[in-house]
Design a protein around this ligand. Structure first.
Ligand code: PLP
Length: 461
């Protein structure tokens, strides 16, 4: 195949930034003295001062540029500085930067119409938040209020955000430090064929056993105490765990059987990342609530939300919904969303992301795996891939252990350092390298990044 749907205007190529090391030093000094960084031991980090970005690249003040295989925190689905979105934010800023949420505006009404149009089934109403964490907080509150039941079931290895409820819902080690032992959240094991919790030896068996485990968990917890099952459609930071065919439909069936709502977290996978507008589209499953953020406007302005089914929305037809946010439906965020969705549509980016996964990234990563014994498994779809690194392919022992505080220097950090030195910025977590570039990455950029990754992986062999 060719390279469908990529207009030349959106591909500025690798930039050649002018160095300004004094400016970088001044930024670093102020940052180190006054910025308190997320998820970090403050004295153990050295954040890179970033000067700018365009298309699939960003650059620093030292003359280095980086091909962005991380899409930042997997939000940059249309690349940096897309002219259509930049113009939309500028135009909206000139017209109206902010307005209280009890008014309505053209960007909010239009963003909601577009998002509801992309969401499946009767997911027709959008509650806007500032990001993914708040989207999950509100989805859970809607489910609890609508059902009158207290508990939420969520999956181990998932990530749902960093506020109290969202962190307790999270099933990866980020939860441990702030776990309140919170009543109201029970975790279950989802499917992960490579490291099956069920000793399954095929994806079909994994699917069947994971569904039986969920059903048993629900019966032991008491179906009448459970408001919702919340799960990432494809687990993201936990390792790009693509569910076996039949799993999500099975979860839907089990939820229906017990009158439990199904919430899918599409914060990371929504808006083209997996080669569908929403990842549930791969399996034709319609949840009761769907959360989004990140890709909705590529992160140009903070925005997230919950798409609510007609059935759940109707609960609040005559009783007030108990929740809101000063910036809900922020005009700049919504204007950016309208322009982003329009650009993705007009430039065929979702189809392109699917094509990249099938024709370029999947085959390219499997080729790389064949050359590097440290790669235990390659998983993914669209522009959403992970390489799982192991000490030994036979035992599958993780190259870096699963822990609350990853060690500071590991073979994975060495691979990352080698990538960065060669001008590539992937995303790493524990024993995994994630390859999650923008949806409109060109085939030439993909080839450049894969070649760098191939070379850097020798640090792990
Ligand atoms: N849910 C998922 C699946 C995520 O990947 C993330 C962020 O990485 C969140 C929720 C939290 O979103 P935010 O950081 O925008 O609050």
């Amino acid at each position: 195949g060719g390279d469908p749907g990529i207009p030349p205007a959106a591909r500025p190529g690798r930039p050649d930034p002018k160095p300004d090391p004094e400016r970088a030093a001044a930024i670093r000094r102020r940052d180190r003295a006054h910025v308190f960084h997320a998820w970090a031991a403050q004295k153990h980090i050295d954040p890179l001062p970033v000067a700018g970005g365009a298309g699939s690249y960003f650059w620093d003040y030292e003359g280095n540029s980086y091909l962005d295989f991380s899409s930042q925190f997997v939000n940059l689905n249309i690349g940096h500085a897309h002219p259509r979105v930049v113009a939309a934010v500028r135009d909206q800023a000139e017209r109206l930067c902010t307005i209280a949420p009890h008014f309505t505006t053209e960007p909010r009404a239009e963003a909601a119409r577009l998002i509801a149009g992309l969401a499946p089934g009767d997911l027709n109403r959008v509650f806007f938040t500032n990001g993914g964490t708040e989207a999950n907080e509100h989805a859970v509150r809607m489910a609890r209020t609508a059902t009158g039941r207290p508990k939420i079931l969520s999956a181990y290895r998932s990530y749902h955000g960093a506020t109290a409820t969202a962190l307790n819902l999270t099933g990866d080690p980020r939860r441990w430090s702030a776990d309140s032992g919170s009543a109201g959240v029970t975790h279950f094991f989802g499917p992960y064929p490579y490291r099956s919790a069920f000793h399954a030896d095929s994806p079909e068996q994994e699917c069947e056993r994971a569904l039986a485990h969920l059903d048993l968990t629900i019966r032991m917890e008491g179906p009448a105490t459970i408001a919702a099952v919340l799960l990432e459609t494809v687990i993201g930071t936990g390792g790009v765990l693509v569910p076996p065919d039949g799993y999500l439909a099975g979860v839907r069936r089990i939820c229906d059987e017990y009158g439990i709502l199904m919430i899918t977290d599409e914060v990371m996978v929504g808006f083209g990342r997996t080669g569908e507008w929403f990842a549930v589209g791969h399996w034709d499953v319609v949840p009761d609530l769907l959360t989004f953020a990140k890709g909705v406007n590529s992160g140009y302005v903070p925005l997230g939300g919950v798409v609510v089914s007609d059935r759940v929305a109707a609960v609040f037809d005559h009783r007030p919904y108990p929740g809101g946010l000063t910036y809900s439906g922020h005009p700049l965020g919504c204007a950016a969303a309208v322009a982003t969705i329009g650009a993705m549509r007009d430039e065929g980016m979702v189809e392109h992301a699917a094509w990249l996964g099938e024709q370029v990234l999947g085959p390219g990563l499997r080729d790389i795996a064949a050359r590097h014994p440290a790669v235990g498994e390659v998983r993914g779809l669209g522009v959403f891939w992970a390489l799982e690194l192991v000490k030994d392919r036979g035992t599958r022992e993780m190259l870096v252990p699963y822990a609350a505080s990853p060690a500071e220097s590991t073979p994975v950090t060495e691979v990352m350092a080698a990538c960065r030195k060669a001008g590539l910025w992937p995303f790493a977590n524990y024993n995994r390298i994630h390859v999650v570039p923008p949806c409109n990455l060109s085939a030439a950029e993909a080839a450049e990044g894969l070649a760098i990754l191939d070379g850097a992986l020798t640090a792990a062999d």
